[in-house]
Design a protein around this ligand. Structure first.
Ligand code: NI
Length: 139
């Protein structure tokens, strides 16, 4: 097992109280694991944005499929980028709205570009790219 290191953190009582309430709601049993997860999240984001290695992302978007040409436009874009968009899940949320979750693979800049081209389509109401990684070195 890897060596564990303890370190001290100075923090305002109010901020710590808020943090403790949040992590308790999220089900953490102690601060250490919550802080380790925050550090990992930060490292993944940094690796993701800086790196040139192939990585992964998920893009979630919501749109009204009655908007003229919008479903066709989104489908065309997915075919244009079929190398990068490796899977799409479509949910018919209600009479008007669709939700799609796409899994993207490629270099960060490529994933960001494909994601932006989809999110910039007129009529997409909401969307967000979540960056992830294969997780080497994060155990
Ligand atoms: Ni639908």
């Amino acid at each position: 097992m890897e060596e564990l290191v303890r370190f001290g953190v100075s923090i305002s009582a109010q901020l710590l109280e808020q943090f403790d309430r949040l992590i308790s709601r999220k089900g953490y049993v102690n601060r250490s694991e919550a802080i380790r997860d925050l550090i990992r999240k930060h490292l993944v984001e940094h690796e993701w944005e800086q790196g040139d290695k192939e990585t992964l992302g998920t893009l979630t978007l919501v749109y009204n499929h009655h908007v003229r040409d919008l479903p066709d436009r989104l489908e065309d874009l997915q075919h244009d980028h079929y190398h990068r968009i490796i899977s799409t899940m479509h949910v018919h949320v209600d009479e008007q709205n669709c939700l799609e979750v796409m899994v993207l693979r490629g270099r960060p800049a490529e994933i960001r570009a494909v994601s932006d081209s989809i999110l910039n389509v007129k009529g997409v109401k909401h969307g967000q790219l979540v960056m992830t990684s294969k997780g080497q070195g994060l155990d």
